[in-house]
Ligand binder design. Structure first.
Ligand SMILES: C[S@@+](CC[C@H](N)C(=O)[O-])C[C@H]1O[C@@H](n2cnc3c(N)ncnc32)[C@H](O)[C@@H]1O
Length: 243
């Protein structure tokens, strides 16, 4: 199974360069990330994240691994639902993002990636990932690793942007993410904030289709894989590890 998108020549040359470039851009924009996220999501991000986790089966008392946790926005939503921040662990390869995370006491943050999660086999009731799947190097490796760390019967929830299928919604999203948001980012953020927003749009536009992501989830061994879509762009991939 390939990377979620081919190398993007406007930013780095080869797949081998991608990991360092992605880490660098998130490190350099980490201080602005939460503000940019509020603009992109028009302030609905926290509400949407919580609802998506609940809809995917997250319940009080469950243990959660949040992979690609960044500044911890999805991990915080998970902690509110499970009722104890100590039940939630966030994992991310960007030291800058982890440094700027504002999470409740008890919530653990670890350095790691989707391809190498620092957690024992079968240790999590629930694994979440928010808007980080486009940045992994290999879909099969990532979903195999998710399968390894989730306990039998446990659940997976991956939130991701998807390019809308229709021409009109696609044009609206492109103008928003690739036109308006980078201009606002230039006004309120540091030097690389507009670059991050443009990169974000380019990875969405170049990403493999949802069917490929669902196939990768199933090939890893998950069952009941499904994709729930809202506003044509917000995809929630849900699945379960067999008991
Ligand atoms: C757009 S941010 C999402 C942060 C957070 N999950 C949220 O919901 O706002 C994407 C995150 O993915 C991380 N990332 C990049 N490559 C990754 C990988 N291979 N595995 C896991 N996370 C990765 C980045 O460092 C960044 O923090």
């Amino acid at each position: 199974m390939p990377a979620p998108h081919p190398p993007l020549g406007a930013y780095y040359r080869t797949e081998g360069d991608r990991r360092a470039w992605v880490r660098g851009i998130f490190d350099r924009t980490a201080a602005d990330y939460d503000r940019l996220e509020r603009i992109v999501g028009l302030g609905t991000g926290s509400w949407y994240r919580g609802r998506a986790l609940r809809d995917a089966g997250l319940k009080p008392g469950m243990s959660v691994l949040d992979v690609g946790t960044g500044t911890g926005l999805l991990a915080c939503a998970a902690a509110r639902i499970v009722g104890d921040p100590a039940r939630v662990t966030g994992v991310d390869p960007s030291p800058g993002m982890l440094e700027h995370a504002r999470v409740p006491a008890g919530l653990r943050l670890l350095s790691g990636s989707a391809e190498a999660i620092p957690a024992p086999d079968c240790s999590a009731d629930f694994l979440s990932m928010g808007y980080a799947l486009r940045h992994v190097g290999d879909l099969s490796a990532a979903f195999a690793e998710f399968y390894r760390v989730i306990r039998p019967g446990g659940r997976l929830c991956v939130l991701e942007f998807t390019q809308p299928a229709g021409a009109v919604p696609r044009a609206i999203v492109r103008v928003w993410l690739n036109g308006f948001v980078p201009v606002i980012a230039a006004l309120i953020g540091r030097r690389d904030a507009p670059l991050l927003m443009r990169y974000c749009w380019d990875t969405i536009a170049a990403c493999v289709p949802p069917e490929t992501i669902l196939r990768a989830i199933c090939e890893a061994g998950f069952v009941d894989a499904e994709r729930h879509v809202e506003l044509a762009i917000f995809s929630a991939y849900r699945a379960r590890k067999p008991p």
